[in-house]
Design a protein around this ligand. Structure first.
Ligand code: SF4
Length: 389
């Protein structure tokens, strides 16, 4: 039997270009869990090598199109019931007015978010769709995206498990789409687990949709929710699922790592958020497993420590809105963009605004969308500094 090499030696080899296997990533986690600085150092080096010292964000406006949802995840406070004050069902007029506000604040991304196929469960959703002239949420999303695009915003839709033909239609107006894998483990859908009442979170269903997006050539944002009862090995397995999808289709534009935050009005209200060292170790491992990937953490979910994640391998802060709340984490407002920029500078990084598509994926979108972006893009296909002045 061959002798296993040490984790320190593995890290040296990874610094020199070795792609670790699942088993090697698990070994590193197990052996270096308490010496995480070694891990951060290599993750930082790989980020520097592949992404330099630029860190990006997308200046977004969050369109909470409809937050009724067919499913129930134990951690979700975004989902509303029809009688709740937080219910959101935007009319076409609401969208048009929001688009004007978004332009006023120089947002470039129109983030459209909905619950999972609300019309399958709620008469209220069917009535809302009918009143606006549609029979499905996906049809409405297509129309809403057109409104936003015509006004000079760039849509990015995150509406759960869309069909292949729905995604194909949305591709005409959306520069990218989003679907969190959350985790590849079926265990999290078992009785008493957070996805028990959320069939759309079945990992195989989500993987199939990410495959469909790959076949359609759609740049996808995906990622994991960390700290919902998974094991570290399930997280590592999930990262390899994403890595393989990207190796096959080349369409995963970023991996979001979101640290679970308990919400008062949910069944997981008393569950703790993941320990910061565990979360940061996962972030660093992600960089080791996918050295060239865009890796993002949301700064509002680590408000006191987010700059330190730059030293664990991230290169993006995701969407930050100067005007709308984070409806998924309403108790965590986004930091001011100026402050994020100062914090990045203090850590030796330049903050730049990107579109909801990363520059290296621009060739995926149709010439019309590309030429619209070019009007406000710089030579690197980031949002020009002049536009944001
Ligand atoms: S996380 Fe998404 S699918 Fe789950 S309940 Fe909330 S809106 Fe529905």
């Amino acid at each position: 039997m061959s002798k296993l090499i040490s984790s320190s030696e593995l890290l040296n080899r990874i610094s020199d270009g070795l792609n670790p296997t699942y088993e090697e990533a698990c070994q590193i986690y197990l052996e270096l869990e308490n010496e995480s600085d070694k891990l951060y150092k290599v993750a930082n080096l790989l980020r520097e090598k592949n992404k330099g010292n630029t860190v990006t964000y997308s200046r977004k406006f969050f369109f909470n199109l409809i937050n009724l949802c067919r499913d129930t995840c134990s951690y979700c406070t975004y989902k509303s019931e029809p009688n709740q004050a937080k219910l959101s069902m935007l009319s076409k007029q609401d969208i048009k007015e929001s688009v004007k506000l978004a332009k006023k604040f120089k947002c470039t991304e129109a983030l459209f978010v909905t619950g999972e196929r609300p019309e399958q469960k709620y008469q209220e959703a069917r009535d809302w769709l009918k009143k606006n002239g549609f029979s499905t949420t996906a049809e409405y999303l297509i129309h809403a995206s057109e409104i936003a695009l015509d006004a000079g915003l760039f849509p990015h839709t995150n509406a759960g498990n869309l069909t292949k033909s729905e995604m194909s239609e949305l591709k005409k107006t959306n520069v990218s789409l989003g679907l969190m894998l959350e985790n590849s483990s079926n265990r999290l859908s078992q009785d008493g687990m957070p996805h028990q009442f959320a069939p759309s979170k079945n990992p195989m269903a989500r993987i199939k949709i990410l495959e469909n997006a790959g076949e359609l050539g759609i740049p996808m944002t995906t990622g994991l929710l960390v700290g919902i009862g998974e094991t570290p090995f399930e997280i590592i397995d999930s990262l390899y699922v994403i890595k393989k999808l990207h190796e096959r289709y080349g369409h995963v534009q970023e991996v979001i790592l979101q640290n679970f935050q308990p919400k008062l009005d949910t069944p997981m209200a008393s569950s703790a958020s993941p320990h910061e060292r565990y979360f940061k170790t996962i972030v660093a491992l992600t960089r080791l497993i996918m050295p060239e990937m865009n890796i993002q953490i949301p700064p509002n979910l680590s408000p006191d420590s987010y700059p330190s994640f730059l030293g664990a391998g991230i290169n993006d802060w995701g969407g930050i809105s100067p005007v709308t709340p984070d409806f998924v984490n309403p108790e965590h407002s986004w930091p001011k963009i100026d402050q994020v920029e100062r914090n990045c500078l203090d850590a030796g990084f330049h903050l730049r605004a990107r579109f909801p598509i990363y520059p290296e994926f621009v060739s995926f979108v149709n010439p019309d969308l590309r030429s619209r972006m070019l009007e406000i893009a710089d030579t690197q296909f980031l949002v020009s500094k002049e536009y944001l002045k």
